[in-house]
Design a protein around this ligand. Structure first.
Ligand SMILES: [Mg+2]
Length: 216
């Protein structure tokens, strides 16, 4: 699937379960830009997204949640991370670059499929950075949910991003933090087929997630 979305179109980003067949957390976004180099998507605070509710013992289910901040999600074709910009609080100040390690995205007719890899980097506007959830990520490698080779590939992606930060390369130190949505954009809504549209599984999931059952 090579067709690109137009600015202003509404799409969904879905986390596809490690088994490759289930649709998990899902967010609606408005397309800012979609070309061969970059996919930029926007979700404002107050949008309705789907999150896991784990309050029922032994089973989790997807429920509606309210998104808390204005986020621009920058995704790069083939890259195992996305970089999110946060604006939050009174006056909508830019507060954070959030580096989310994740499966390289796949296109669907309703948007983009990926899944989270637990490790993140939080970067302040002055480019001071800290790891987030590094211990959880290392535990997933240690207990075999993530293969050693895959864990090393996430570390390599992290080293690549830290190089961008050090050299102040885009989007760090660029102009994206000054971006604001057009005044006439309303909150994006979940596509009616967000759950029905077949997931596009990551082709490397068996290599990355050796304990996930590949049947189904
Ligand atoms: Mg993450």
């Amino acid at each position: 699937m090579t067709e690109h979305f137009q600015p202003g179109e509404e799409v969904v980003v879905r986390y596809i379960t490690r088994i490759g067949s289930g649709v998990g957390m899902t967010w609606p976004f408005t397309v800012v830009r979609d070309d061969a180099a970059l996919v930029a998507l926007y979700i404002p605070a107050g949008s309705t997204f789907m999150r896991w509710d784990t309050s029922t013992r032994g089973r989790r289910q997807l429920v509606e949640g309210e998104w808390r901040r204005d986020v621009l999600r920058l995704m790069f074709p083939g890259k195992a991370y996305s970089i999110w910009l946060f604006w939050e609080g009174d006056g909508r100040p830019f507060t954070t670059y959030y580096v989310n390690f994740e499966e390289p995205f796949r296109r669907t007719v309703v948007g983009f499929d990926t899944n989270d890899h637990t490790l993140d980097i939080m970067v302040k506007p002055n480019l001071e950075w800290t790891w987030k959830d590094r211990e959880d990520f290392e535990a997933l490698v240690a207990n075999g949910n993530f293969s050693g080779e895959f864990g090393a590939s996430v570390e390599a992606a992290a080293a690549e991003v830290l190089g961008l930060i050090e050299r102040r390369e885009s989007p760090f130190g660029g102009l994206w933090h000054e971006w604001a949505p057009p005044a006439d954009w309303s909150r994006p809504r979940l596509h009616p087929r967000w759950q029905e549209e077949p997931p596009v599984a990551w082709e490397r999931r068996a290599w990355a997630y050796p304990l996930a059952n590949s049947v189904g």
